[in-house]
Design a protein. Structure first.
Length: 162
């Protein structure tokens, strides 16, 4: 047994000789991508490993970086496409601090009251000069308060009915 045979027996993931057939792992695209990802995960965190494996797959398959391959879709996060795999988390741009809604406390109380009574997002967005997403954010962020107000309204209406 030659030294090369012993090395390939010890390291099944080793690159094949130039004249030899590629291993089965590299022939099947799904298995190849899985193997590339597992190798990238050995040295990188998940987000960087995904990008590194994607680039390696494009290199191995000969795909152009801008090609939209259905067999190996790009990241769902478009901002991730702009970052490089070598970029560390410390060098990434920080997100800007969010600015609170431009609602006075009185307007916020009215908005919560309207949400508690079943107001629709689109109507409330127009009324309070917000986007539907902002109204939904208030709804989600104040869910307990809105539920408490609904319970209080039901209790008040049941007492008045008696």
């Amino acid at each position: 047994m030659s030294i090369d045979d012993r090395n390939s027996a010890k390291h099944p993931d080793a690159a094949p000789d130039a004249g030899a057939e590629p291993p089965e792992t590299l022939k099947d695209p799904v298995r190849r991508r899985s193997w590339l990802l597992s190798k990238a995960l050995d040295s990188r965190p998940l987000d960087q490993a995904l990008e590194l494996a994607r680039r390696a797959e494009m290199f191995v398959s000969g795909a152009h970086p801008e090609a939209d391959s259905e067999s190996f879709p790009k990241s769902a996060d478009p901002s991730r496409e702009q970052r490089t795999a070598a970029e560390s988390p410390d060098t990434r741009p920080r997100t800007q601090k969010r600015i609170g809604l431009a609602l006075s406390s009185d307007q916020r109380e009215r908005l919560l009251e309207r949400l508690a009574t079943g107001g629709k997002k689109a109507q409330l967005a127009i009324e309070f000069g917000l986007s539907r997403q902002q109204v939904q954010g208030v709804r989600m962020g104040s869910a307990r308060e809105i539920a408490r107000r609904r319970d209080q309204q039901r209790l008040t209406s049941s007492i008045q009915a008696q």
